[in-house]
Write a protein that binds this ligand. Structure first.
Ligand SMILES: *Cc1c(COP(=O)(O)O)cnc(C)c1O
Length: 429
């Protein structure tokens, strides 16, 4: 059976690691900062990117590369790298192709940390962002582009607003303007959606969420589809299409082609200079999580649908958003992009607004108050007073976060237990 042809469940368990006779069955943790060489010339070739191999774990490590290769297979990409966090992944994904004076078009319905990274921190670096509605028309999206726009960015399912992005439309518009579409696929995971199949060029993940899935290791990942033709837009992406003086004049897009240029540059320059590496220990934990991703995601989705239906029918609940729920604003779009399920997160508002929300959350016994989602254990959060507290009311509205929004992340416990827990807490408000 050829590895390429295996189905996604098999890739979760066996992807990226193919031990030879007598080698460890499980991915070895190479807990070494450095690697030994016989001669200085051998090592010099690695520094010049003339040969591939390991020399220092800030740039590359075998455990991290093996786990990245598994995620690369899951997404159907050409190359991938792990990063220390999802924040680092989104920063690298954009900064790899945009510099001071450049511009990026991003969906406004994104994770609060990413919004802050773009609107505040990267703005300070001289990169400007235009935020567009995830439901913008083609004309509205077109109007957001400028001659110096270098990328378009969105989330498959927005955290925590749960808007589903029209990936195909965003990709068409991005390509019409000669730039790649970057998709943060954290909530959907490649089990439910593979953005490359809809035209996206680069995918990012906070692996801290479903991929690890056990609340154990912070991490991120960037995957390149290998389809974006940098050389066809030579003037827009000089970092990839002209010689890199810090690497003896290598032109990444020429030397590594469409398939390898983007990730090689992100590793050779950004990892070298910023050092946001994932530790081999964390990568190993992530690899373990990936082995059961397909099993867990299905259960997360089953539980979330049952919880969403229960909440929808409860008299103390004002509104429920879950893209897998019939009648949801994004139900049809979700059916197109995620026919097998969306995610385990349900957003809702209880009657009585912000105060009632906080009281209700305190009464939950199984659902713990945490700044986390996508864990095997059920957890919940009030974003307006936590992850999104830097935003003013207008920014909150643009991100799809109302002041009463409770983000409830269904774990993989028994769904009847979760519903009873919710019922008891609702009875107390
Ligand atoms: C959590 C999250 C991030 C940030 O990831 P960290 O691993 O916490 O740095 C980015 N995007 C989305 C959609 C997330 O949910």
């Amino acid at each position: 059976m050829s590895e390429k042809k295996t189905r996604i469940e098999t890739k979760c368990v066996q992807g990226g690691y193919h031990p030879k006779s007598g080698e460890p069955r499980q991915i070895p943790i190479v807990q070494s900062t450095t690697f030994k060489y016989a001669t200085s010339e051998d090592m010099g070739k690695l520094f010049d990117l003339e040969a591939s191999g390991y020399f220092y774990s800030r740039l590359q490590n075998p455990t991290c590369d093996t786990v990245a290769a598994r995620i690369c297979e899951l997404e159907g990409g050409s190359a991938a790298m792990l990063t220390s966090s999802g924040q680092a992944a989104n920063f690298f994904a954009v900064f790899n192709i945009a510099s001071e004076g450049d511009h990026v078009v991003a969906s406004s319905a994104i994770y609060g940390g990413t919004y802050n990274l773009f609107a505040v921190t990267m703005k300070r670096m001289g990169i400007s962002f235009t935020f567009v509605s995830p439901d913008a028309t083609r004309e509205e999206l077109d109007a957001a582009f400028r001659p110096n726009t270098k990328a378009m960015f969105g989330e498959t399912i927005a955290n925590p607003a749960l808007n589903v992005l029209d990936i195909e439309l965003f990709a068409e518009v991005a390509h019409a303007h000669g730039v790649p579409l970057i998709i943060d696929n954290t909530f959907a995971t490649p089990i439910n959606c593979r953005p490359f199949e809809w035209g996206a060029d680069i995918v990012t993940h906070s692996t801290t969420k479903y991929m690890d899935g056990h609340g154990s290791a912070v991490g991120g990942c960037i995957v390149d589809s290998g389809k974006f033709d940098w050389m066809a837009h030579k003037d827009k992406f000089p970092g990839l299409t002209t010689p890199d003086d810090s690497y003896h004049g290598i032109t990444y897009a020429e030397k590594f082609g469409k398939e390898g240029a983007y990730i090689t540059k992100a590793t050779a320059q950004l990892m070298r200079d910023f050092g946001c590496t994932q530790s081999p220990q964390s990568a190993f934990i992530l690899g373990l999580g990936l082995e059961s991703l397909h099993v867990r995601v299905a259960r997360h989705c089953e539980n979330a649908l049952a919880v969403a239906k229960f909440l929808q029918s409860h008299e103390k609940v004002e509104w429920v958003t879950y893209p897998g729920l019939e009648g949801d604003k994004y139900y049809n779009r979700a059916k197109k992009y995620m026919p097998n399920g969306t995610c385990g997160v349900v957003s809702f508002g209880v009657k009585g607004g912000r105060e009632a929300a906080e009281k209700f959350m305190k009464e939950l016994k199984l659902g713990a108050i945490e700044t986390h989602v996508a864990d095997a254990r059920t957890c919940c959060l009030h974003p307006a007073s936590a992850t999104h507290r830097q935003m003013n009311d207008d920014e909150l509205r643009a991100a799809g976060v109302s002041p009463d929004l409770v983000r409830y992340s269904c774990g993989i416990e028994n769904k009847d237990d979760l519903i009873e827990d919710l019922e008891e807490a609702l009875a107390k408000i």
